[in-house]
Design a binder for this molecule. Sequence first.
Ligand SMILES: Cc1cc2nc3c(=O)[nH]c(=O)nc-3n(C[C@H](O)[C@H](O)[C@H](O)COP(=O)(O)O)c2cc1C
Length: 424
Amino acid sequence: MYAVGDVLHSPLRIGGATVRNRLYRAPVLEGAGDGDDAVEHYSRAFVPNAESGVGLIIQGSSCIWAEGRTSPGMTCVDSAAKAMRLAPMVKQVHDAGAAIFIQLGHGGIYSMEAWHEPYASRRERPILAASKPPWFIRPQFRGVPVTVMSTDEVKAMAERYGEVSGWAREAGYDGVQLGSANAKLLDQFLSPFYNRRRDEFGGSIEKRASVLRLIRQAVARYAGDDFPCTVKLPAEVAPPGMPRAKPAEVLRLAKLVEEWGFDAVTPVEVSVFPDTTLSRGDAPDNLTTNKAMASRLRTAAPTRLRRATIKAGYWWGGKRAPFSPVWNRHLFTAVKHAVSIPVFAVGGIRTADEVNEILDDGHADMVGIGRPFYAESALAAKILGADPGPMLCRNSNRCVPAQMLGMPGVCYNPEVNKLARSGS
Ligand SMILES: Cc1cc2nc3c(=O)[nH]c(=O)nc-3n(C[C@H](O)[C@H](O)[C@H](O)COP(=O)(O)O)c2cc1C
Protein backbone atom coordinates (compact mmCIF):
# COMPACT_ATOMS: atom_id res chain seq x y z
CA MET A 1 0.00 0.00 0.00
CA TYR A 2 1.28 3.43 -0.97
CA ALA A 3 0.92 6.37 1.41
CA VAL A 4 0.63 9.99 0.27
CA GLY A 5 4.14 11.27 -0.34
CA ASP A 6 5.69 7.88 -1.15
CA VAL A 7 5.97 8.68 -4.84
CA LEU A 8 7.25 12.20 -4.13
CA HIS A 9 10.06 10.78 -2.03
CA SER A 10 10.98 8.02 -4.44
CA PRO A 11 13.96 8.33 -6.82
CA LEU A 12 13.53 8.55 -10.59
CA ARG A 13 15.82 7.47 -13.38
CA ILE A 14 16.08 9.99 -16.23
CA GLY A 15 18.32 8.59 -18.95
CA GLY A 16 21.64 7.88 -17.26
CA ALA A 17 20.89 10.03 -14.19
CA THR A 18 18.99 9.28 -11.00
CA VAL A 19 17.30 12.04 -9.03
CA ARG A 20 16.56 11.51 -5.37
CA ASN A 21 12.92 12.60 -5.42
CA ARG A 22 10.23 13.98 -7.74
CA LEU A 23 10.43 17.70 -6.96
CA TYR A 24 12.35 19.96 -9.32
CA ARG A 25 13.10 23.64 -9.47
CA ALA A 26 11.77 24.75 -12.85
CA PRO A 27 14.10 26.89 -14.97
CA VAL A 28 13.82 30.53 -13.99
CA LEU A 29 16.62 32.98 -14.68
CA GLU A 30 19.04 34.13 -12.00
CA GLY A 31 20.41 37.20 -13.73
CA ALA A 32 23.83 35.63 -13.13
CA GLY A 33 25.29 36.66 -16.48
CA ASP A 34 28.51 35.00 -17.54
CA GLY A 35 31.17 36.99 -15.77
CA ASP A 36 33.53 35.71 -13.10
CA ASP A 37 30.84 36.10 -10.43
CA ALA A 38 28.21 33.96 -12.23
CA VAL A 39 29.20 30.93 -10.21
CA GLU A 40 28.57 32.77 -6.91
CA HIS A 41 25.15 33.97 -8.11
CA TYR A 42 24.12 30.44 -9.00
CA SER A 43 25.53 28.96 -5.79
CA ARG A 44 23.65 31.52 -3.70
CA ALA A 45 20.41 30.55 -5.41
CA PHE A 46 20.81 26.81 -5.87
CA VAL A 47 22.73 25.48 -2.89
CA PRO A 48 19.98 26.36 -0.35
CA ASN A 49 17.44 24.72 -2.71
CA ALA A 50 19.53 21.56 -2.73
CA GLU A 51 20.10 21.68 1.02
CA SER A 52 16.37 21.93 1.60
CA GLY A 53 15.82 18.71 -0.33
CA VAL A 54 14.90 19.50 -3.94
CA GLY A 55 15.60 16.53 -6.22
CA LEU A 56 16.59 18.36 -9.39
CA ILE A 57 17.41 21.94 -10.34
CA ILE A 58 17.07 23.03 -13.95
CA GLN A 59 19.29 26.06 -14.50
CA GLY A 60 17.42 28.66 -16.59
CA SER A 61 18.06 29.22 -20.26
CA SER A 62 21.77 29.50 -21.01
CA CYS A 63 22.81 30.55 -24.46
CA ILE A 64 24.74 28.36 -26.89
CA TRP A 65 26.28 31.33 -28.70
CA ALA A 66 27.60 34.72 -27.60
CA GLU A 67 24.64 36.38 -29.29
CA GLY A 68 21.15 35.08 -28.79
CA ARG A 69 20.47 35.75 -25.11
CA THR A 70 17.01 37.22 -24.62
CA SER A 71 18.02 39.38 -21.67
CA PRO A 72 21.25 40.89 -20.35
CA GLY A 73 21.55 38.71 -17.23
CA MET A 74 21.36 35.45 -19.13
CA THR A 75 24.37 33.15 -19.01
CA CYS A 76 26.29 32.18 -22.15
CA VAL A 77 27.94 28.81 -22.35
CA ASP A 78 29.55 29.52 -25.69
CA SER A 79 32.94 28.09 -24.76
CA ALA A 80 34.25 25.14 -22.78
CA ALA A 81 35.92 27.60 -20.40
CA LYS A 82 32.64 29.37 -19.60
CA ALA A 83 30.89 26.07 -18.95
CA MET A 84 33.77 24.84 -16.77
CA ARG A 85 33.62 28.03 -14.71
CA LEU A 86 30.28 26.79 -13.36
CA ALA A 87 31.73 23.44 -12.24
CA PRO A 88 32.31 24.49 -8.58
CA MET A 89 28.63 25.44 -8.24
CA VAL A 90 27.56 22.13 -9.81
CA LYS A 91 29.74 20.29 -7.30
CA GLN A 92 28.21 22.21 -4.37
CA VAL A 93 24.72 21.27 -5.58
CA HIS A 94 25.80 17.63 -5.82
CA ASP A 95 27.38 17.75 -2.38
CA ALA A 96 23.99 18.88 -1.05
CA GLY A 97 22.37 15.86 -2.69
CA ALA A 98 20.53 17.34 -5.69
CA ALA A 99 21.01 16.81 -9.41
CA ILE A 100 21.30 19.72 -11.83
CA PHE A 101 20.45 20.06 -15.52
CA ILE A 102 21.23 23.09 -17.62
CA GLN A 103 18.70 24.46 -20.09
CA LEU A 104 20.32 25.34 -23.40
CA GLY A 105 18.75 27.86 -25.71
CA HIS A 106 18.91 30.74 -28.12
CA GLY A 107 16.41 33.58 -28.55
CA GLY A 108 16.29 33.68 -32.37
CA ILE A 109 14.31 36.74 -33.43
CA TYR A 110 13.72 37.66 -29.78
CA SER A 111 17.43 37.81 -28.97
CA MET A 112 18.22 40.98 -27.09
CA GLU A 113 20.44 42.08 -29.97
CA ALA A 114 17.14 42.63 -31.80
CA TRP A 115 15.37 44.76 -29.19
CA HIS A 116 17.63 45.94 -26.37
CA GLU A 117 19.13 49.16 -27.68
CA PRO A 118 22.66 49.06 -26.20
CA TYR A 119 23.09 45.46 -27.35
CA ALA A 120 21.41 46.04 -30.72
CA SER A 121 23.71 48.94 -31.49
CA ARG A 122 26.85 46.82 -31.03
CA ARG A 123 25.61 43.52 -32.43
CA GLU A 124 28.18 41.81 -34.63
CA ARG A 125 26.05 39.19 -36.33
CA PRO A 126 22.60 39.10 -37.88
CA ILE A 127 19.56 37.95 -35.93
CA LEU A 128 18.86 34.25 -36.54
CA ALA A 129 15.41 33.13 -37.66
CA ALA A 130 13.68 29.94 -38.77
CA SER A 131 11.70 32.01 -41.30
CA LYS A 132 11.03 35.69 -41.90
CA PRO A 133 8.97 37.04 -38.97
CA PRO A 134 5.23 36.60 -39.61
CA TRP A 135 3.55 39.71 -41.13
CA PHE A 136 1.67 40.25 -37.88
CA ILE A 137 4.84 41.20 -36.00
CA ARG A 138 7.02 42.38 -38.89
CA PRO A 139 6.75 46.11 -38.03
CA GLN A 140 8.65 45.37 -34.79
CA PHE A 141 11.58 44.14 -36.86
CA ARG A 142 11.93 47.16 -39.09
CA GLY A 143 15.67 47.86 -39.40
CA VAL A 144 16.64 44.60 -37.66
CA PRO A 145 18.91 42.40 -39.85
CA VAL A 146 16.98 39.15 -39.57
CA THR A 147 18.67 36.21 -41.35
CA VAL A 148 16.73 33.09 -42.20
CA MET A 149 19.02 30.17 -41.38
CA SER A 150 20.12 28.02 -44.31
CA THR A 151 19.71 24.24 -44.13
CA ASP A 152 23.42 23.89 -43.37
CA GLU A 153 23.22 26.52 -40.65
CA VAL A 154 20.41 24.60 -38.97
CA LYS A 155 22.56 21.47 -39.05
CA ALA A 156 25.48 23.45 -37.61
CA MET A 157 23.21 24.70 -34.82
CA ALA A 158 22.27 21.10 -33.95
CA GLU A 159 25.97 20.28 -33.81
CA ARG A 160 26.50 23.26 -31.52
CA TYR A 161 23.86 22.01 -29.06
CA GLY A 162 25.81 18.75 -28.99
CA GLU A 163 29.13 20.46 -28.42
CA VAL A 164 27.79 22.61 -25.57
CA SER A 165 26.18 19.53 -24.00
CA GLY A 166 29.61 17.87 -24.04
CA TRP A 167 31.02 20.86 -22.13
CA ALA A 168 28.07 20.73 -19.72
CA ARG A 169 28.85 17.11 -18.96
CA GLU A 170 32.51 17.96 -18.37
CA ALA A 171 31.42 20.68 -15.95
CA GLY A 172 29.50 18.01 -14.02
CA TYR A 173 25.90 18.78 -15.03
CA ASP A 174 23.64 15.74 -14.89
CA GLY A 175 21.78 16.51 -18.10
CA VAL A 176 20.39 19.16 -20.41
CA GLN A 177 16.96 20.48 -21.20
CA LEU A 178 16.38 22.11 -24.56
CA GLY A 179 14.79 25.55 -24.30
CA SER A 180 12.29 24.70 -27.00
CA ALA A 181 9.22 26.62 -25.78
CA ASN A 182 8.42 30.23 -24.86
CA ALA A 183 8.98 31.54 -28.43
CA LYS A 184 12.73 30.78 -28.34
CA LEU A 185 14.60 29.81 -31.53
CA LEU A 186 13.84 26.07 -31.27
CA ASP A 187 10.18 26.92 -30.67
CA GLN A 188 10.37 29.16 -33.74
CA PHE A 189 11.22 25.95 -35.67
CA LEU A 190 8.52 23.86 -33.98
CA SER A 191 5.79 26.47 -34.35
CA PRO A 192 3.75 26.85 -37.55
CA PHE A 193 3.26 30.48 -36.48
CA TYR A 194 6.94 31.14 -37.22
CA ASN A 195 8.15 28.25 -39.38
CA ARG A 196 7.28 28.55 -43.07
CA ARG A 197 10.43 26.83 -44.35
CA ARG A 198 10.44 24.78 -47.51
CA ASP A 199 13.47 22.59 -46.73
CA GLU A 200 13.67 19.46 -44.60
CA PHE A 201 13.01 21.57 -41.46
CA GLY A 202 9.64 22.99 -42.56
CA GLY A 203 6.15 21.63 -43.30
CA SER A 204 4.66 18.81 -41.24
CA ILE A 205 5.24 18.54 -37.48
CA GLU A 206 7.71 15.71 -38.21
CA LYS A 207 9.75 18.04 -40.41
CA ARG A 208 9.49 21.12 -38.19
CA ALA A 209 10.63 19.01 -35.23
CA SER A 210 13.41 17.21 -37.07
CA VAL A 211 15.93 19.77 -35.79
CA LEU A 212 15.33 18.15 -32.38
CA ARG A 213 16.26 14.74 -33.81
CA LEU A 214 19.57 16.14 -35.07
CA ILE A 215 20.23 17.80 -31.72
CA ARG A 216 19.50 14.55 -29.87
CA GLN A 217 22.01 12.72 -32.07
CA ALA A 218 24.62 15.44 -31.59
CA VAL A 219 24.16 15.41 -27.80
CA ALA A 220 24.75 11.63 -27.79
CA ARG A 221 27.87 12.06 -29.93
CA TYR A 222 29.45 14.83 -27.86
CA ALA A 223 28.20 14.05 -24.35
CA GLY A 224 27.55 10.31 -24.53
CA ASP A 225 24.44 8.22 -25.13
CA ASP A 226 23.68 8.06 -21.45
CA PHE A 227 23.78 11.84 -20.85
CA PRO A 228 20.15 12.86 -20.27
CA CYS A 229 18.68 15.09 -22.93
CA THR A 230 15.21 16.42 -22.20
CA VAL A 231 12.94 18.81 -24.04
CA LYS A 232 10.04 21.24 -23.56
CA LEU A 233 7.00 20.68 -25.76
CA PRO A 234 4.93 23.81 -26.45
CA ALA A 235 1.19 23.79 -27.15
CA GLU A 236 0.48 27.27 -28.38
CA VAL A 237 -2.05 30.01 -27.86
CA ALA A 238 -2.24 32.46 -30.80
CA PRO A 239 -4.50 35.28 -32.02
CA PRO A 240 -7.66 34.01 -33.80
CA GLY A 241 -7.00 32.55 -37.22
CA MET A 242 -3.22 32.35 -36.76
CA PRO A 243 -1.39 29.02 -37.11
CA ARG A 244 -0.20 27.45 -33.87
CA ALA A 245 0.92 24.08 -32.45
CA LYS A 246 -2.31 22.54 -31.13
CA PRO A 247 -2.45 20.04 -28.24
CA ALA A 248 -2.95 17.08 -30.67
CA GLU A 249 0.31 18.04 -32.35
CA VAL A 250 2.03 18.10 -28.99
CA LEU A 251 0.99 14.50 -28.41
CA ARG A 252 2.47 13.59 -31.79
CA LEU A 253 5.61 15.54 -30.92
CA ALA A 254 5.91 13.74 -27.58
CA LYS A 255 5.85 10.38 -29.36
CA LEU A 256 8.39 11.56 -31.93
CA VAL A 257 10.89 12.79 -29.34
CA GLU A 258 10.50 9.54 -27.41
CA GLU A 259 11.33 7.65 -30.63
CA TRP A 260 14.35 9.91 -31.18
CA GLY A 261 15.80 9.03 -27.79
CA PHE A 262 14.89 12.00 -25.59
CA ASP A 263 14.87 11.09 -21.92
CA ALA A 264 12.01 13.26 -20.60
CA VAL A 265 9.49 15.86 -21.77
CA THR A 266 7.92 18.97 -20.26
CA PRO A 267 4.65 19.87 -22.01
CA VAL A 268 3.57 23.50 -21.56
CA GLU A 269 0.85 25.73 -22.90
CA VAL A 270 2.41 29.01 -24.00
CA SER A 271 1.69 31.96 -26.21
CA VAL A 272 3.31 32.22 -29.63
CA PHE A 273 4.66 35.51 -28.26
CA PRO A 274 7.25 35.81 -25.48
CA ASP A 275 4.71 37.03 -22.92
CA THR A 276 3.56 36.03 -19.44
CA THR A 277 1.45 33.10 -20.66
CA LEU A 278 4.42 30.98 -19.56
CA SER A 279 4.06 32.28 -16.00
CA ARG A 280 0.37 33.01 -15.54
CA GLY A 281 -0.46 35.66 -13.03
CA ASP A 282 -0.86 39.41 -12.75
CA ALA A 283 0.42 41.96 -15.21
CA PRO A 284 3.59 43.20 -13.46
CA ASP A 285 3.13 46.78 -12.34
CA ASN A 286 6.71 47.51 -11.32
CA LEU A 287 7.93 48.63 -14.74
CA THR A 288 6.32 51.90 -13.77
CA THR A 289 6.51 51.87 -9.98
CA ASN A 290 10.10 50.63 -9.50
CA LYS A 291 12.53 53.44 -10.41
CA ALA A 292 15.49 51.13 -11.16
CA MET A 293 13.34 49.11 -13.54
CA ALA A 294 11.79 52.11 -15.23
CA SER A 295 15.26 53.51 -15.87
CA ARG A 296 16.59 50.19 -17.21
CA LEU A 297 13.56 49.98 -19.47
CA ARG A 298 14.26 53.47 -20.85
CA THR A 299 17.82 52.40 -21.67
CA ALA A 300 16.70 49.16 -23.31
CA ALA A 301 13.82 50.71 -25.23
CA PRO A 302 14.50 54.43 -25.73
CA THR A 303 11.46 55.04 -27.92
CA ARG A 304 8.05 55.53 -26.34
CA LEU A 305 6.51 53.23 -28.91
CA ARG A 306 8.75 50.32 -27.96
CA ARG A 307 8.19 50.86 -24.25
CA ALA A 308 4.45 51.06 -24.81
CA THR A 309 4.55 47.81 -26.81
CA ILE A 310 6.39 46.01 -24.00
CA LYS A 311 3.99 47.31 -21.34
CA ALA A 312 0.96 46.50 -23.47
CA GLY A 313 2.29 42.96 -23.90
CA TYR A 314 2.45 42.50 -20.12
CA TRP A 315 -0.99 44.03 -19.64
CA TRP A 316 -2.48 41.76 -22.26
CA GLY A 317 -0.69 38.70 -20.83
CA GLY A 318 -2.19 39.42 -17.40
CA LYS A 319 -5.68 39.83 -18.89
CA ARG A 320 -5.56 36.81 -21.14
CA ALA A 321 -3.62 34.45 -18.89
CA PRO A 322 -4.47 35.08 -15.23
CA PHE A 323 -3.19 32.64 -12.64
CA SER A 324 -4.95 29.33 -12.49
CA PRO A 325 -3.75 26.45 -10.31
CA VAL A 326 -1.94 23.64 -12.19
CA TRP A 327 -2.86 25.17 -15.55
CA ASN A 328 -0.95 22.62 -17.68
CA ARG A 329 -2.70 19.64 -16.06
CA HIS A 330 -4.72 18.66 -19.15
CA LEU A 331 -1.58 18.72 -21.26
CA PHE A 332 0.87 16.81 -19.08
CA THR A 333 -1.78 14.22 -18.20
CA ALA A 334 -2.49 13.60 -21.89
CA VAL A 335 1.23 13.37 -22.70
CA LYS A 336 1.78 10.99 -19.78
CA HIS A 337 -0.75 8.63 -21.37
CA ALA A 338 1.01 8.89 -24.73
CA VAL A 339 4.64 8.15 -23.82
CA SER A 340 6.62 5.99 -21.46
CA ILE A 341 9.56 8.36 -20.81
CA PRO A 342 9.29 10.61 -17.73
CA VAL A 343 6.90 13.56 -18.00
CA PHE A 344 7.69 16.76 -16.10
CA ALA A 345 4.78 18.87 -14.85
CA VAL A 346 5.06 22.63 -14.35
CA GLY A 347 2.84 25.71 -14.18
CA GLY A 348 0.99 27.10 -11.17
CA ILE A 349 1.68 24.20 -8.80
CA ARG A 350 1.53 25.71 -5.34
CA THR A 351 0.69 23.22 -2.62
CA ALA A 352 2.05 19.92 -1.32
CA ASP A 353 -1.43 18.46 -1.93
CA GLU A 354 -1.28 19.40 -5.61
CA VAL A 355 2.21 17.94 -5.92
CA ASN A 356 1.21 14.65 -4.30
CA GLU A 357 -2.03 14.39 -6.24
CA ILE A 358 -0.23 14.79 -9.58
CA LEU A 359 2.32 12.14 -8.67
CA ASP A 360 -0.01 9.72 -6.89
CA ASP A 361 -2.54 9.81 -9.73
CA GLY A 362 0.27 9.08 -12.20
CA HIS A 363 -0.32 12.29 -14.15
CA ALA A 364 3.40 13.15 -14.28
CA ASP A 365 6.71 11.78 -13.00
CA MET A 366 8.38 14.99 -11.79
CA VAL A 367 6.69 18.12 -10.47
CA GLY A 368 8.27 21.51 -11.02
CA ILE A 369 7.86 24.83 -9.29
CA GLY A 370 9.30 28.07 -10.65
CA ARG A 371 8.58 31.55 -9.27
CA PRO A 372 8.05 30.53 -5.61
CA PHE A 373 11.75 29.61 -5.41
CA TYR A 374 12.59 33.30 -5.85
CA ALA A 375 10.72 34.06 -2.65
CA GLU A 376 11.80 31.04 -0.63
CA SER A 377 15.11 29.34 -1.22
CA ALA A 378 14.22 26.57 1.26
CA LEU A 379 10.88 25.95 -0.40
CA ALA A 380 11.53 22.26 -1.03
CA ALA A 381 11.40 21.54 2.70
CA LYS A 382 7.81 22.85 2.75
CA ILE A 383 6.73 20.48 0.01
CA LEU A 384 8.72 17.49 1.19
CA GLY A 385 8.19 18.01 4.91
CA ALA A 386 5.41 16.76 7.07
CA ASP A 387 4.16 20.24 7.90
CA PRO A 388 3.89 22.21 4.68
CA GLY A 389 2.94 25.86 5.08
CA PRO A 390 1.48 27.93 2.23
CA MET A 391 3.89 29.15 -0.45
CA LEU A 392 4.51 32.87 -0.29
CA CYS A 393 4.59 33.63 -4.04
CA ARG A 394 1.55 35.69 -5.09
CA ASN A 395 2.07 35.33 -8.86
CA SER A 396 2.44 39.08 -9.20
CA ASN A 397 4.95 38.47 -12.00
CA ARG A 398 7.09 41.33 -10.73
CA CYS A 399 10.05 38.99 -11.27
CA VAL A 400 9.41 38.91 -15.01
CA PRO A 401 10.40 42.44 -16.14
CA ALA A 402 13.32 42.29 -13.69
CA GLN A 403 14.61 39.29 -15.58
CA MET A 404 13.99 40.86 -18.95
CA LEU A 405 16.14 43.80 -17.87
CA GLY A 406 19.01 41.75 -16.42
CA MET A 407 18.32 42.19 -12.70
CA PRO A 408 18.98 39.46 -10.11
CA GLY A 409 16.60 36.50 -9.91
CA VAL A 410 14.83 37.29 -6.66
CA CYS A 411 11.31 38.14 -5.57
CA TYR A 412 10.37 41.75 -6.33
CA ASN A 413 7.09 41.77 -4.40
CA PRO A 414 7.62 43.74 -1.13
CA GLU A 415 4.60 42.12 0.54
CA VAL A 416 5.97 38.66 -0.13
CA ASN A 417 9.41 39.67 1.07
CA LYS A 418 7.92 41.01 4.28
CA LEU A 419 6.23 37.66 4.89
CA ALA A 420 9.45 35.81 4.06
CA ARG A 421 11.39 37.96 6.55
CA SER A 422 8.81 37.39 9.26
CA GLY A 423 9.14 33.64 8.70
CA SER A 424 5.45 33.10 7.90
C1 LIG B 1 11.32 35.31 -14.47
C2 LIG B 1 11.06 33.99 -15.12
C3 LIG B 1 12.08 33.40 -15.89
C4 LIG B 1 11.85 32.19 -16.54
N1 LIG B 1 12.85 31.62 -17.26
C5 LIG B 1 12.64 30.46 -17.91
C6 LIG B 1 13.68 29.85 -18.65
O1 LIG B 1 14.81 30.32 -18.68
N2 LIG B 1 13.38 28.70 -19.32
C7 LIG B 1 12.14 28.13 -19.28
O2 LIG B 1 11.92 27.11 -19.93
N3 LIG B 1 11.15 28.67 -18.56
C8 LIG B 1 11.37 29.81 -17.87
N4 LIG B 1 10.38 30.34 -17.10
C9 LIG B 1 9.11 29.59 -16.92
C10 LIG B 1 9.17 28.73 -15.64
O3 LIG B 1 10.08 27.66 -15.80
C11 LIG B 1 7.80 28.13 -15.28
O4 LIG B 1 7.41 27.27 -16.31
C12 LIG B 1 6.72 29.17 -15.03
O5 LIG B 1 7.19 30.19 -14.19
C13 LIG B 1 5.47 28.55 -14.45
O6 LIG B 1 5.75 27.89 -13.24
P1 LIG B 1 5.39 28.58 -11.80
O7 LIG B 1 3.93 28.91 -11.85
O8 LIG B 1 5.70 27.54 -10.79
O9 LIG B 1 6.23 29.80 -11.70
C14 LIG B 1 10.58 31.56 -16.44
C15 LIG B 1 9.58 32.15 -15.66
C16 LIG B 1 9.80 33.35 -15.01
C17 LIG B 1 8.72 33.93 -14.18
